[in-house]
Design a protein around this ligand. Structure first.
Ligand code: NAD
Length: 483
C-alpha cells in the first residue's frame, strides 16, 4: 500500500459517528513493517452508544424488530450482493493487515461471508420459528424461537471477515442485533463491511462496529445491555470471558484454540501432486494462523521417514513472501510479537530434542516483514511443548505411532479438540478412526468447514457450535405458551 488508510468515526446506529475518545489504533503492515493507516480506538462510551443503538434496533417493532424472517432474508441477500461488489477491497485489506496470502483471502475472506449469508437467508425462510405441539395433559403448547437480543461479538485477527460472518449470518437470520469489536490488528476491513451493511438497507443499529483492545472487549462482554456473547479467540481469553458470562448467567459461544491431529494411516496416498493442496490447507493454511489446523502430524512408524520427507518437501517448496503477491503461499506472521512467539516455540522444539527437517529460521531473501520459514520437526514426542501448545505459525510436529489405537490415543492426548484429519485410501477405515477422535470436527483426506455443518470445539477448544442450523439455534431462545 503506498497511501495510508485513515478513518475518524465508528459505525453506530447506521451512521459514522465521532468517537468519544482521542486514542488511535495504528496498523503496521506485517509485510513491510511500515504503518499503513489508523482508526479511532474504541472506549467504553463508544460501546455504550453502540449497545444502545443495537437495543433500539432490536426493540423497534416498526423496523427490524418487527420484520418477518423473509424480510430479514431479503436484506441478508442484499448484504451478500454488496459484499460481492467489495470482494477485492476486502481481500486486499485483510492481506495488507494480517499477512494472509491474497489468494487465500480472495477465496475465503471475500467469499465465505456471502456464502454464509445466502445459506442462512435460505434457512430463515424455511426455519420453524414456531410450532404447536400436542401435549400429554390434554392441551397443546405453542413453542416459539425468539431472537436472543443484543449480541456482543468479539473476533480475532486471523479471519476477521469470515469469523464475523460466522456470527452475523445466523444472528441476522434469527433477528438479533450486534455490536462487533474487531481486533486492533484488523480494522480497515470492518469499515468495508459497514459500508456494505449501510448500502444493503440493513436497518440502523442492527450491526454496529467499534474496534478496540481487550479492555473494551471485556467491557462489552459484561455490559448490562448485552444478551449474548459470541467470542472467537484464544483459550486464555475464552476462559476469562466464560467466567464473566457464568457469573452473569449470560449465554456465550466460545470458539477457541486448537492443536489438532492429522492422522496419516498406513495406506494414505502422500503423492503431493495429487493431495498437496489438501494437505497444505489442512495443516498450514493462512501461515499456520488458523485455529483448526492439524499441526500434529501422526505418522505410522513403518512410513515415518517417508512422511517426514513428504512434509519437509512440501514446506520447502512453498512460496514465502509478501501476502499481497498473487503467488505467495506463506505470508508473514501478523505481528512482531507473534513472530517472537513462533520463534520461541521453534527454540523450545530444538531444546526438547526434536530435529528440524525443514525451515527453522527466517527466510534469508526477505529482510523486511515478520516472516518465518515453514518449519517441520521430526522426532517429536507428544508431550513436547511444540506438540501440546498452540503455536499459531507455520510449524508442524511429526509424531510416530504404532497401530490405530496408538494413533487415536495420541490424537486424544491433548487439552484441545477443534479440528483434525485422517489420511487414507480406505474411506470406511478413515471414518471409523475419525469417529474415535475427541474433536468438534474432522476431515477425511481434506479439511474445510462446511456452512451447513456445526463447527466448534470440545475440551479447551470451546463451548457451543457455529454454522449449520445449530449456529442459528445459538441466536434463538425458546419459549413455551401452554394453550
Ligand atoms: P485473543 O484471544 O488474544 O483475541 C481475540 C479477540 O478477543 C480480540 O478482539 C481481543 O481484543 C479480544 N479479547 C482478548 N481478551 C479479551 C477479554 N478478556 N475480554 C474480551 N475480549 C478480549 O486471540 P488472538 O490472538 O487475536 O487470536 C488467535 C486465537 O484465536 C488463537 O488461539 C486461535 O486458535 C483462536 N481462534 C479460534 C477460532 C475458532 O473458531 N475456534 C478461529 C480463529 C482463531
Amino acid at each position: 500500500m503506498s497511501s495510508t488508510t485513515e478513518h475518524n468515526a465508528f459505525f453506530i446506529g447506521g451512521e459514522y459517528r465521532a468517537p468519544a475518545g482521542t486514542g488511535r489504533i495504528t496498523v503496521i503492515s506485517p509485510n513491510t513493517e511500515e504503518p499503513i493507516g489508523s482508526v479511532p480506538d474504541g472506549t467504553e462510551a463508544d460501546i455504550d452508544a453502540a449497545v444502545a443503538a443495537a437495543r433500539q434496533a432490536f426493540t423497534d417493532k416498526s423496523g427490524w424488530g418487527g420484520w418477518s424472517p423473509a424480510q430479514r432474508a431479503d436484506a441478508m441477500e442484499r448484504l451478500a450482493d454488496e459484499l460481492d461488489k467489495r470482494a477485492a477491497d476486502l481481500a486486499q485489506a485483510v492481506s495488507a493487515q494480517n499477512g494472509m496470502p491474497i489468494a487465500i483471502a480472495g477465496q475465503l475472506e471475500a467469499v465465505f461471508p456471502q456464502l454464509l449469508l445466502r445459506y442462512y437467508a435460505g434457512l430463515a425462510r424455511e426455519y420453524p420459528f414456531e410450532e404447536t405441539r400436542p401435549g400429554l395433559l390434554g392441551g397443546s403448547t405453542l413453542v416459539t424461537a425468539d431472537p436472543v437480543g443484543v449480541v456482543g461479538a468479539i473476533v480475532p485477527w486471523n479471519f476477521p471477515q469470515a469469523l464475523a460472518a460466522f456470527k452475523y449470518a445466523p444472528g441476522l437470520a434469527a433477528g438479533a442485533t450486534f455490536v462487533f469489536k474487531p481486533s486492533p490488528e484488523t480494522v480497515f476491513d470492518a469499515y468495508t463491511l459497514a459500508d456494505a451493511v449501510a448500502a444493503a438497507g440493513i436497518p440502523d443499529g442492527v450491526i454496529n462496529i467499534v474496534p478496540g483492545g481487550r479492555e473494551v472487549g471485556a467491557y462489552l462482554v459484561s455490559h448490562p445491555g448485552v444478551d449474548k456473547v459470541a467470542f472467537t479467540g484464544s483459550t486464555a481469553a475464552g476462559r476469562t470471558i466464560s467466567e464473566v458470562c457464568g457469573r452473569l448467567l449470560r449465554p456465550v459461544t466460545l470458539e477457541l484454540g486448537g492443536k489438532s491431529a492429522a492422522i496419516i494411516l498406513d495406506d494414505a496416498d502422500l503423492d503431493l501432486t495429487r493431495v498437496g493442496e489438501q494437505i497444505f490447507s489442512a495443516t498450514l493454511l493462512n501461515n499456520g494462523q488458523t485455529c483448526f489446523l492439524g499441526t500434529r502430524i501422526l505418522a505410522p512408524r513403518s512410513r515415518y521417514d517417508e512422511v517426514v520427507q513428504t512434509f519437509a518437501g512440501l514446506a520447502g517448496s512453498l512460496q514465502v513472501g509478501s501476502a499481497l503477491e498473487a503467488t505467495t503461499q506463506i505470508g508473514p506472521m501478523v505481528s512482531a510479537r507473534q513472530r517472537e512467539r513462533v520463534e520461541s516455540y521453534i527454540a523450545k522444539g530444538k531444546g526438547d530434542g526434536a530435529t528440524v527437517a525443514a525451515g527453522g529460521g527466517r527466510p534469508q531473501a526477505l529482510d523486511r516483514g515478520w516472516f518465518v520459514e515453514p518449519t517441520v520437526f521430526a522426532g517429536v514426542d507428544n508431550n513436547h511443548a511444540i506438540a501440546q501448545e498452540e503455536i499459531f505459525g507455520p510449524v508442524l510436529s511429526i509424531i510416530s505411532y504404532d497401530g490405530d489405537d496408538d494413533a487415536v490415543a495420541i490424537a486424544n492426548a491433548s487439552d484441545y479438540g477443534l479440528g483434525g484429519s485422517v489420511w487414507t485410501s480406505d474411506h470406511d477405515h478413515g471414518v471409523s478412526v475419525a469417529r474415535r477422535v475427541e474433536t468438534g470436527s474432522i476431515g477425511i483426506n481434506a479439511y474445510l468447514p462446511d456452512p451447513t455443518a456445526p463447527f466448534g470445539g470440545v475440551k479447551s477448544s470451546g463451548l457451543g457450535r457455529e454454522l449449520g442450523p445449530e449456529g442459528l439455534a445459538a441466536y434463538l431462545v425458546k419459549k413455551s405458551v401452554y394453550l
